[in-house]
Write a protein that binds this ligand. Sequence first.
Ligand SMILES: [Zn+2]
Length: 66
Amino acid sequence: MIQDLFADQQRRAGLSGKKASDSATDCRECGDPIPDDRRAAYPGTDLCVECKRLLERKERIRNVRY
Ligand SMILES: [Zn+2]
């Protein structure tokens, strides 16, 4: 069944039970609208591309060990 295959792929991707409509329409950091294709690609996201990138950079810096 193609539906089963799709569900299995979603489960492995950790997206089980999430869909584009679960994503926020506006970024929680800057309030900019999040594009539909981004919401579809990252179900559950609540950050725009720019804020997500900034967050990832901050986390990388925080994880550096001297
Ligand atoms: Zn943002």
